[in-house]
Design a protein. Structure first.
Length: 239
């Protein structure tokens, strides 16, 4: 027998048995079965939304790890950390060289205007040519073919964009999983034993004396009815 108190939300389980030990065992068995049922219901409350969210999060993690591995392999193969940074540094070097060429040319023009036959003009021309050759070398490093930085920068930037998108997908998947788990937790049921099943100290059933008294009264009633019937038959025969 189960009683429920709507005020406290507590249910009371009462078990009647022929022996106290049997009543306790039955109570424990019922509670264990109830806990198993609640656990199964909670497992079902882990809805498809939670399962799908976990799958999406796992796929996002795998995608991000794959992109990061590709970036690491590219850095190891080409021996740089970020090709865009390397290309930027090369551009700064080219700019510095071109600035130096401009300075030397200005110096040459000044000397040529003042002393057209000066032997320093040949030296300045040689320096200008050397700087221009160095500029060409640096330009070939940046955009001179398949081995230059330009295609590597394109590959790296594509991987970097893919990494950012994968990281955003992972963040969104983690948030969706958290929301789904919170919703599933709100739908869960809990069975808590406030008082464990106790061994009865005295039996309340059967009520032997009440049963004996009831049987005795019943027999007396049957005896009285029977006596009245017999007495009525005898009186009828005498008449």
């Amino acid at each position: 027998m189960i009683g429920y108190d709507s005020t406290t939300g507590i249910s009371t389980l009462r078990v009647n048995a022929f022996r106290p030990e049997d009543a306790q065992k039955i109570s424990v068995s019922i509670l264990n079965s109830g806990e198993e049922l609640v656990n199964r219901l909670n497992e079902r409350s882990t809805t498809n939304a939670v399962i799908d969210a976990r799958g999406a999060k796992a796929r996002a993690e795998e995608k991000l790890a794959s992109v990061q591995a590709q970036m690491t392999n590219l850095r190891t193969k080409e021996r740089f950390i970020d090709p865009s940074v390397t290309a930027s540094e090369a551009s700064r070097i080219i700019g510095t060289l071109l600035g130096r060429v401009a300075e030397i040319r200005a110096e040459r023009e000044q000397i040529a205007s003042e002393a057209p036959e000066s032997p320093m003009l040949a030296q300045l021309d040689g320096r200008i040519a050397a700087y221009q050759r160095q500029v060409e070398v640096e330009r070939l490093k940046v955009a001179g073919g398949a081995d230059s930085l330009a295609p590597q920068v394109g590959v790296y930037e594509a991987l970097e964009l893919e990494r950012k998108l994968a990281a955003e997908d992972l963040t969104q998947a983690a948030g969706a999983l958290l929301v789904a788990e919170q919703q599933a937790k709100r739908q869960q049921l809990y069975l808590e034993r406030i008082v464990p099943p106790s061994l009865p100290e005295e039996a309340t059933e059967p009520k032997r004396w009440l049963a004996i008294g009831t049987i005795f009264l019943g027999l007396m009633l049957l005896y009285g009815v029977g006596w009245l019937i017999v007495a009525g038959v005898r009186e009828h025969r005498q008449h």
